[in-house]
Design a protein. Structure first.
Ligand code: NAD
Length: 248
């Protein structure tokens, strides 16, 4: 029996990067996959095809996770198309880095809205569905910098720290309905997001990691699978660091 046989997973921002790796890992364990991203483009279509080729039901939804009305419509469509939602992965995220004194209001608002408000939007829409099922697993992508802070990332660090407080509150509010909520705090993971960093910054990060390498999207997806499945049935309100030992 596969770990997620016939479960329905909703993953935000999954056309590429960590979200895509999570979609593929979950599908390999038998989950049907509803995923969102900003645009219905070739990445979205290619992932739908790849997932369907693995023998599961899959559909991509163009949706801005920071937009509340858009999220309500998307979750309603997914509930109609898939009939239930067992797992929510709040993965969509962006960076707009800059030192605080140079950070604009636009940089602040964009990062808080996409990274943190999106988690409120999706969790609020999905929680009633999970409540009526009396079970569910909600996993949100935080970051090690949400725990430790990072110069040049006041907006991003604040959004990722906000996710941790939100996750713990949801775990307390919904535990009695059989819903677990946990966060993952990745360290330096090699994706398009970190490809924007200079070679010097990337070398500096790698030197601080006890395992001496950047993580892969699959490293994160494996931990996400643990939190999504019954292997973690007594784990809620936790922040799991996936960072090669960078943060202890
Ligand atoms: P990525 O940029 O490769 O992928 C992010 C995806 O989110 C993209 O497909 C993008 O189109 C989508 N997205 C952006 N804004 C959106 C919106 N408003 N609505 C819907 N989708 C939207 O990033 P990634 O590296 O795969 O990161 C995934 C998550 O993991 C993010 O929340 C990120 O903050 C977090 N994270 C990443 C790292 C890392 O080192 N890569 C470290 C810690 C945390």
């Amino acid at each position: 029996m596969k770990l997620l046989q016939d479960k329905v997973a909703l993953i935000t921002g999954a056309s590429r990067g960590i979200g895509k790796a999570i979609a593929l890992r979950f599908a390999a364990e038998g989950a049907h996959i509803a995923f969102t991203d900003l645009r219905d483009d070739e990445n979205m279509q290619a992932l739908v095809k790849e997932l369907e080729g693995m023998g599961v039901k899959a559909k991509g939804y163009a949706s801005d996770a920071s937009n509340t009305a858009n999220t309500e419509e998307t979750v309603a469509a997914i509930a109609k198309d898939f009939g239930r939602i067992d797992i929510l992965v709040n993965n969509a995220g962006i960076t707009k880095d800059g030192l605080l004194l140079r950070m604009t209001e636009q940089q602040w608002d964009a990062v808080i809205n996409v990274n943190l408000k999106s988690v409120f939007n999706f969790t609020k829409c999905v929680a009633p569905i999970m409540s009526s099922q009396r079970s569910g697993s909600i996993i949100s992508l935080s970051s090690v910098v949400g725990v430790s802070g990072n110069a040049g990332q006041a907006n991003y660090s604040a959004s990722k720290a906000g996710i941790i407080g939100f996750t713990k509150s949801v775990a307390k509010e919904f535990g009695k309905r059989g819903i677990r909520a946990n966060a993952i705090a990745p360290g330096f993971i090699i994706t398009d997001m970190t490809a924007q960093l200079s070679e010097d910054v990337r070398k500096e990060w790698a030197a601080k990691i006890p395992l001496h390498r950047g993580g892969t999207p699959e490293d994160v997806a494996n931990v996400c699978l643990f939190l999504a499945s019954d292997l973690s049935s007594y784990v809620s309100g936790q922040v799991l660091h996936v960072c090669g030992g960078m943060n202890m």
